[in-house]
Design a protein. Structure first.
Length: 375
């Protein structure tokens, strides 16, 4: 069985999630052709030794220099991604990077060019939700007829509190762009997978909370106080756009981190001439489906996740027994490891990340010009 030595850089939430996923793969996928091995983890903060890495370090270069590492998982802050990707590719390591691959569209293009001789993976994990894959199948099979409209959104409340500290995530000079990078990227990536490329956009962006507390050591999930000094937020809280797909379908997209109400609403609806469907991360084990039928009982039906949808049954048996967010990360890492073991191009990789930033660049230009812009 092929061994895949893993190096992880960044041991925050997603660094831990990927490490857990690599540990879980052998227990969940009996028919695999590879075994992941946790070789080394790098972070400037103390690392939990219970994960079983052979080595822990505070220097990311140690990961690149280790001959036992075949692939690198990058879960470090956005400003570091490009440098880490370039170093990993130069060292001949396959590289999986959490989104954004680059802090700006230009950096993402640079990263894709640097990694062309290795296998790359990008962290668009919502693609791997079993019911999202079923939605993809329904669209491809023509169950909805000709698709005419698409609605995508990612609404999150993580920035809705004005006392959230001014972490690097709110600074253009550190994080790059705001919700277009952090949230809208997921929504548009799913649309690319389901419907194909976007050709033209018009959009707007806005920062609703222009200042935040300068609280030492806080993340964007922490909370400052009313008496703290303030600093300027330099990237966007909100983005919205209208678009045209190459297929002729029309679409609308929105993303916000300062909205109140939807707590993690990464969702889409697809409308066609014979039916419609919708999926929402907040209810990731449910798919809404409408089919045009000559029946009295018209209306949306709810399809529950279950073992009949790959890879749901690897986690829980039966129907309507739900899986969770980190299970999607396991599927994502399993598929990336499969690509590495088989020596083939992985999707989504950095090429798909570039498809998104081409849309992002057109949206940001449109927000300045007020006009439709070509992608």
């Amino acid at each position: 069985m092929r061994r895949i030595g893993a190096g992880v850089i960044g041991f925050g939430w997603l660094g831990k999630a990927h490490s857990r996923s690599l540990l879980r793969i052998p227990t969940l996928f009996a028919q695999r052709t590879f075994d992941p091995e946790l070789v080394v983890c790098a972070d400037v903060e103390p690392i939990d030794g219970s994960f079983g890495f052979a080595r822990l370090t505070d220097d990311w270069r140690t990961v690149m220099d280790d001959p036992a590492v075949d692939a690198v998982w990058i879960a470090a802050p956005n400003p570091l991604h490009l440098e880490l990707i370039e170093a990993a590719a130069e060292a001949g390591k396959h590289v999986f990077c959490e989104k954004p691959v680059g802090a700006t569209p230009e950096q993402t293009v640079q990263a894709e060019q640097a990694a062309r001789k290795v296998i790359s993976g990008a962290g668009y994990n919502y693609r791997f939700a079993p019911l999202v894959q079923y939605a993809r199948q329904l669209i491809a099979d023509g169950a909805l007829g000709e698709v005419t409209n698409y609605r995508g959104r990612f609404f999150s409340m993580y920035g809705s509190d004005p006392l959230n500290p001014l972490s690097w995530r709110y600074r253009l000079e550190e994080a790059g762009h705001g919700v277009t990078t952090d949230l809208l990227s997921h929504a548009v990536d799913l649309a690319h997978m389901l419907l194909g490329p976007i050709t033209r956009v018009v959009g707007t962006t806005h920062t609703f909370i222009p200042e935040r507390p300068l609280t030492r050591g806080g993340t964007h999930y922490a909370r400052g106080s009313a008496g703290d000094p303030r600093g300027a937020v330099t990237n966007e809280d909100y983005a919205g756009m209208l678009c045209e797909f190459a297929s002729g379908a029309r679409g609308t997209f929105e993303a916000s981190r300062s909205i109140v109400g939807p707590e993690s609403q990464m969702a889409f609806e697809v409308y066609g001439t014979k039916g419609a469907l919708g999926w929402n991360l907040e209810k990731l084990n449910e798919l809404q489906l409408y089919l045009v039928e000559d029946e009295l009982h018209t209306g949306y039906r709810t399809i529950y996740g279950g073992e009949r949808f790959p890879y749901h049954g690897h986690f829980v048996p039966g129907s309507a027994n739900g899986i969770g967010f980190e299970d999607l990360v396991v599927i994502e890492d399993y598929e990336f490891c499969r690509s590495v073991a088989e020596g083939r191009e992985h999707q989504p990789g950095f090429a798909e990340a570039v498809q998104w930033v081409n849309v992002q660049a057109a949206l940001l230009k449109s927000a300045q010009t007020g006009s439709w812009e070509d992608v």
